[in-house]
Write a protein that binds this ligand. Structure first.
Ligand code: ADP
Ligand code: ADP
Length: 229
């Protein structure tokens, strides 16, 4: 559904060229929960930005349902992103002055759709926060904040949720509640891609891949690392 084919990403810094991704092939299927692991600097954020249609590759293509999105204009890419991708971050990035339900509405504010409030409420109910609709972020625990962020990521009915260290700021037990939430999201046919250092994540995923110095390997980091030694 969302695919990287032969994706190369180079960055020019000063006179130097750095190859952050060295020919990545990766196909994400509907409803799949995939983790992307790898050491710092291995290219995880770069890959997430390309899959999230935030950036374009130097070589190779990113396709969405078979359509090459690398030829899209910025406007077309933004539209495709909004229709297809939800984002979840390590630090939640909720707006502190808005309630939970208002935070979930944020991606749709410009649409002025009267259905949005009902949809936001419904999503918060689904992530187990039906009794926290009008709480502000400082009145919520870390796990609750991340579940608000998951509800917000789902408000535009995406095909894929891209999560950057979604459990990075949570304790073990709370992290598990968030991972269980992602499994439910996958059960509804939405793919979840999580960049993570957290081995617990792999207990919940369908598939794990590891980036090492811009190259992609099948398996979680601990296995890939062992094979390389
Ligand atoms: P990048 O954003 O370029 O991927 P890193 O991969 O180094 O940067 O780390 C991403 C975030 O994850 C950083 O905020 C970092 O503090 C945090 N982090 C790094 N290592 C771990 C870890 N073992 N567990 C949880 N979070 C980590
Ligand atoms: P990770 O998320 O695994 O820590 P990144 O994708 O952030 O890795 O970075 C991969 C490599 O690309 C690193 O060497 C990093 O310094 C480099 N890099 C990332 N973004 C940029 C940029 N905007 N300009 C130049 N180099 C970058």
């Amino acid at each position: 559904m969302l695919e990287a084919d032969g994706v190369v990403k180079r960055y020019q810094t000063g006179g130097e060229t750095l190859t952050a991704l060295k020919g990545i092939d990766l196909a994400i299927e509907p409803g799949e929960f995939l983790s992307v692991m790898g050491p710092s600097g291995s290219g995880k954020s770069t890959l997430l930005n390309l899959l999230g249609l935030l950036d374009t590759p130097t070589e190779g293509v990113v396709t969405l349902d078979g359509t090459d999105v690398t030829t899209f204009s910025d406007r077309e890419r933004t539209d495709a992103r909004k229709r297809t991708i939800g984002f979840v971050f390590q630090n939640f990035y909720l707006i502190s002055t808005l309630t939970a339900v208002e935070n979930v509405e944020v991606p749709r504010l410009l649409d002025r759709d009267p259905e949005t409030r009902a949809r936001a409420r419904d999503l918060l109910q689904r992530v187990g926060l039906g009794d926290r609709l009008d709480h502000r972020p400082d009145q919520l625990s870390g796990g609750q904040k991340q579940r608000v962020a998951i509800a917000r990521a789902l408000v535009n009915e995406p095909r894929v949720v891209l999560a950057d260290e979604p459990t990075g700021n949570l304790d073990r037990a709370t992290g598990r509640t968030v991972l269980e939430q992602f499994r439910e999201v996958c059960g509804e046919g939405v793919a979840v891609v999580a960049v993570t250092h957290d081995n617990v994540v792999t207990e919940y995923t369908d598939r794990d891949v590891t980036l090492v110095d811009g190259e992609l390997f099948e398996g979680p980091f601990r296995e890939v690392d062992r094979k390389m030694r």
